[in-house]
Design a protein around this ligand. Structure first.
Ligand SMILES: O=C(O)C1=C[C@@H](OP(=O)(O)O)[C@@H](O)[C@H](O)C1
Ligand SMILES: C=C(OP(=O)(O)O)C(=O)O
Length: 437
């Protein structure tokens, strides 16, 4: 693979099975919960990627001990829990562009207290964190901005939680609520802690992942709809012993879409009916587009039924996998509209703008609004050089334009900076090549 770009030849047919890498969302939550818990945790099949590397490095800087064991079937990470008492009271932490690392760690360090700085890549310093910092500081922590107010870098000093009730906005990122839920047991020493959600909560299935994993570490959260969450006092995270990381359901979307566009069957292994990830509902969106989906406990398979049907739907519940629908829409029989996706604008790049620009390069007619995108496919997809904006999902989604669907004829597609897939799926292009027949 060339360092700066990869040329993808036209692929007439895809077929095969893909073993998915571990879920990013589950991996980083389990790492932090393991560190905060009492006892040793063995984590099976943790994702190995940039986002988990920054979390692992941060835990090490904070004095949390972990080791990696290679086994015949994969890897096991052994984390020694510190029961909420971090050995290192000061550290400078590089968070890359990992939202699932910086948001929960900020909450944990603010509540535990010490002298910590957190920073990341330039784009991280443009991604909002103000709603989380406001919620924490209103409760008594001491978090300061060292750059632009509302954004990393952050300087965390010693504070003292005095509130028993916190409120957090839920309409910019669900990760702020996730972060508060994860550290709530550390705040609920003597009194119950209640977290109120202000405004519409987006990306709700990610809160379900958070609640599920918190429960697996022995803590109960009382849920009052999506409006408030209460944690009774005196609960301490306990090691679950061994815990397994599911395959990544967002990563699954590219392969399922490939099967939907160019024949299949394509099977992804590692997620299925029993998954705790909301992004498995991507399969239901494909079904709405006329794709034949079958599911087992731990696998999902997609098979093409001819030309895809255009779709008009709300994608707030699966913001990451929805990007894959926007590209699959190039192969549909009419205009597709993806609604309620405003959060795309504050992720790895402004994903609505980036998606519109790159879809137009291959010939689509695209309309974008503050929270929606409308894609009308071209008669024939035009070969182009696709820019990826240091966004792993832009690179993975646009590999699909190399597929020879009904609307696609000949020629090479070039994807710039393919290495950006390292954020969640370093081996993506090899896995994609393996299903190309
Ligand atoms: O909690 C999580 O693991 C995530 C939540 C989502 O973010 P938002 O809540 O900001 O939409 C998602 O886009 C991100 O990739 C992972
Ligand atoms: C939005 C994403 O990442 P993050 O966890 O950094 O928010 C993503 O992976 O699509």
């Amino acid at each position: 693979m060339n360092h700066e770009y990869i040329d993808l030849p036209t692929v007439a047919h895809v077929e095969g099975a893909v073993r998915l890498p571990g879920s990013k969302s589950i991996s980083n939550r389990i790492l932090l919960l393991s560190a905060l818990s009492q006892g040793d945790v063995a984590i099976v099949d943790l994702l190995a990627s940039d986002d988990t590397a920054v979390m692992l490095a941060a835990l090490r800087s904070l004095g949390v001990q972990w080791t990696e064991e290679k086994t015949a079937t994969g890897t096991i990470h052994h984390v020694k829990g510190v029961a909420g008492v971090l050995p290192n009271k000061s550290a400078d932490l590089f968070m890359g562009n990992a939202g699932t690392a910086i948001r929960p760690l900020t909450a944990a360090l603010a509540v535990i207290g010490g002298d910590y700085t957190l920073h990341g890549v330039p784009r991280m310093h443009e991604r909002p964190i103000g709603d989380l910092v406001d919620a924490l500081n209103a409760a008594g922590t001491n978090v300061e901005y060292t750059g632009n107010p509302g954004f990393p870098p952050l300087h965390i000093k010693q504070g003292k939680i005095h509130a028993q009730r916190l409120s957090v906005r839920g309409d910019v990122s669900s990760q702020f609520l996730t972060a508060l839920l994860m550290v709530a047991p550390l705040m609920a020493r003597e009194h119950a802690i209640t977290i109120d959600v202000i405004g519409e909560l987006i990306s709700k299935p990610y809160i379900e992942i958070t609640l599920n994993l918190i429960r697996r570490f022995g803590v109960t959260v009382e849920q009052n709809g999506w409006e408030s969450f209460t944690i009774e006092p005196g609960q301490v995270y306990q090691s679950p012993g061994t815990i397994h990381v599911e395959g990544d359901a967002s990563s699954a979307s590219y392969f399922l879409a490939a099967g939907a566009i160019a024949g299949g069957p394509v099977r992804v292994e590692g997620v299925g009916k029993d998954s705790i990830q909301g992004d498995v509902r991507f399969a239901a969106a494909l079904e709405q587009m006329g794709v034949q989906i079958t599911m087992g406990d731990n696998w999902i398979e997609a098979k093409s039924n001819g030309v895809l049907k255009a779709i008009d739907a709300d994608f707030n519940h699966i913001p990451d996998a929805a990007m894959t629908i926007a590209v699959a829409a190039l192969y549909a029989d009419g205009t597709s509209t993806l609604r309620n996706i405003a959060s795309w604008r504050v992720k790895e790049t402004d994903r609505i703008a980036a998606m519109a620009t790159e879809l137009r390069k291959v010939g689509a007619i695209v309309e974008e609004g503050s929270d929606y995108i409308k894609v009308t496919p071209p008669a024939v997809i035009t070969p182009a050089t696709i820019d990826t904006y240091d966004d792993h999902r832009m690179a993975m989604c646009f590999s699909l334009v190399s597929l020879d669907g009904a609307a696609r004829k000949g020629n090479v597609m070039r994807i710039n900076d393919p290495k950006c897939v390292g954020k969640t799926f370093p081996e993506y292009f090899a896995a994609f090549a393996a299903i190309a027949k």
